[in-house]
Ligand binder design. Structure first.
Ligand SMILES: Nc1ncnc2c1ncn2[C@@H]1O[C@H](COP(=O)(O)OP(=O)(O)OP(=O)(O)O)[C@@H](O)[C@H]1O
Ligand SMILES: [Mg+2]
Length: 358
């Protein structure tokens, strides 16, 4: 089901993050418009190559030694957590993952929510007779050996390995229940990532994990695993109950640190921003004063297009950033994705990481 994606020049210039005009971008991409095609269309692979050429590296000859991840090293993990439901965790994480994929980073999305909203937004639907291998299948294993069945669980959304997903379905709730009684259940996600480190670091530049609302064992396990990246991503709506939930999430991370020594910070994306509302303005004041240093640079406005979008030809769901990359919602998400590249240290083999400390 892997599909081919391409986009027009203005979108390519915005996604590239290279701050170069269209003509220079086309030179960096290193290919001409195919004969018979009216306008140049760019692909994720084009932007990946452009990033190499911009750094003076021939993309067909990437130095293997420089920047090659250590065996077992885990790519940066962006896991979203928020106790309150419906704030936009899935909309932000799936669309940011898609934006990173369109930019030419190789992204693995792990749907860790039994409601499977992330899978559905990516066009993976569950029917009565479909069987999928969700992340719970791997989290219940205690083994330290790499999973020989991991590639069976992966669904390719985009051609070229730019966007893959380990989808979920409602039976993931059973794995969540099993983890309640498991010993050291908080370590299971880290164990999964470590035992598959070689495969993951060879195939992906970043892993995005979408979790269920509330505090679930799988959510806790991925929070602990996020110690490798140093932080978890949270999404808040600027309103009272969300701010209280943010306080309790912050206390939970402090508890994890007290229990395990794992120091895990927070990066906060403000979503559904509506400046006209009085309580929103008051909540923004609270967010800036208490969480100012943890706020992502971009604020995502209220925008109706985040609901499920369908490709008119195939009738399959596609994320907003793919279906309408120039919309106000997508521009905000692309900005979020660009700041995640910096704050989570996302890069591609052979290129240096951009300084992560902001
Ligand atoms: N910026 C936005 N503007 C308007 N609607 C939005 C925005 N972000 C998300 N939504 C809508 O809010 C609803 C909840 O979004 P989403 O499923 O992403 O939240 P969630 O936090 O993942 O929810 P859950 O807690 O159930 O996992 C969806 O209908 C989505 O389309
Ligand atoms: Mg969700």
């Amino acid at each position: 089901m892997a599909r081919k994606v391409d986009f027009k020049t203005s979108v390519a210039v915005m996604l590239s993050g290279l701050d170069v005009p269209a003509k220079r971008l086309q030179d960096l991409v290193g290919r001409e418009k195919p004969p018979g095609q009216h306008h140049m269309r760019y692909t994720p692979a084009d932007l990946r190559s452009a990033r190499y050429r911009f750094a003076g590296i021939d993309p067909t000859n990437i130095p293997k030694s420089k920047g090659k991840p250590k065996t077992g090293a885990i790519p940066p993990i962006i896991m979203t957590r928020m106790t309150k439901g419906g704030v936009g965790k899935t909309s932000i994480s799936v669309n940011a993952a898609t934006a990173l994929a369109l930019m030419g980073y190789r992204v693995l999305v792990i749907d860790a929510d039994p409601q499977a909203t992330a899978s559905n937004l990516l066009g993976v639907e569950s029917t009565f007779d479909t069987t999928i291998k969700h992340i719970g299948h791997f989290l219940v294993k205690k083994s330290a050996d790499p999973d020989t069945d991991l590639s069976e669980a992966i669904v390719h959304v985009y051609e070229g390995g730019f966007l893959d997903v380990i989808p979920s379905d409602i039976t993931l709730a059973e794995a969540d229940a099993s983890l309640v009684t498991a010993m050291a259940s908080h370590e299971r996600a880290l164990l999964f990532l470590k035992r598959n480190g070689a495969f993951l670091s060879e195939n992906y530049d970043v892993i995005v994990v979408d979790t269920a609302p509330g505090t679930t064992p799988i959510g806790l396990a991925f929070s602990y695993a996020a110690k490798e990246s140093g932080k978890v991503l949270t999404v808040v709506e600027p309103e009272g109950s969300c701010l209280r939930a943010l306080d309790s999430l912050s206390s939970n991370l402090a508890e994890i640190e007290a229990m395990t020594g794992a120091k895990i910070g927070l990066e906060v994306v403000i979503n559904k921003y509506h400046p006209q509302l009085k309580h929103v303005r008051e909540s923004m004041g609270f967010l800036y004063s208490k969480y100012g240093t943890m706020l992502n640079d971009s604020i995502v406005p209220t925008f109706s297009g985040f609901s499920r979008q369908l490709n008119p030809q195939t009738r399959e769901a596609v994320p907003l950033v793919e279906s309408d990359p120039s919309s106000a919602g997508s521009i905000a998400i692309i900005d979020v994705a660009k700041s995640l590249i910096l704050s989570f240290g996302i890069t591609q083999p052979g290129l240096p990481k951009v300084d992560t400390e902001r």
